[in-house]
Design a protein. Structure first.
Length: 185
């Protein structure tokens, strides 16, 4: 599903695109924890300041779903700041820095040769050492309850019940790695 998602995303020819969220998390954690989890959707984000209408996203999403049969969810990050009551985002990376979990802020994109390009706003620790870690943005804006609501709304604690949740930067019983808490067990 990962390769097909990348191939389909390339064909969409969106500016500054990447796949984020559940597809990457579920693939990596599934391998690490010997589980098979099918992502609910494929989060394809991009940044286009010239056309910020939600209708454009819906048209792209519908076209990708129809042509690939995959459950794409497409969002132009040039408009998502208003949905999240934030200041305007300057790029995909800026938008990703405002995501609720560090593991969601890992993206994969590709060049036209299908060479994967993986990048992360907060590092890769949460990907290879499964943890739902709140981002500094959610801490600094006192949005811990929104972080928990995000996990619950997406049923992430039920889907990944063995994965710890860190809703604080000062995590007792863990070792600190920069601004993040890292599970020691």
């Amino acid at each position: 599903m990962v390769a097909a998602s990348i191939e389909t995303s390339i064909k969409a020819d969106l500016p500054n695109w990447c796949i984020v969220g559940g597809l990457i998390r579920d693939f990596a954690w599934g391998k690490l924890l010997s589980r098979s989890i099918t992502p609910r959707d494929i989060d394809l984000i991009y940044f286009d300041g010239k056309d910020t209408s939600p209708e454009t996203d819906w048209e792209i999403e519908s076209d990708l779903q129809r042509t690939s049969g995959l459950p794409f969810r497409v969002r132009n990050q040039a408009r998502m700041h208003s949905f999240n009551s934030e200041e305007r985002y300057s790029s995909v990376i800026d938008a990703m820095s405002k995501f609720p979990t560090t593991v969601s802020a890992i993206g994969i994109t590709s060049n036209r040769k299908l060479d994967p390009i993986i990048f992360s706003v907060f590092g890769y620790e949460a990907l290879f050492n499964p943890v739902f870690q709140i981002t500094p943005h959610f801490i600094s804006n006192n949005r811990r309850s929104d972080f928990i609501k995000y996990l619950d709304r997406n049923k992430l604690r039920q889907r990944w019940e063995e994965v710890p949740v860190h809703a604080e930067i000062d995590c007792r019983g863990t070792k600190k790695s920069g601004m993040f808490c890292v599970a020691t067990s």
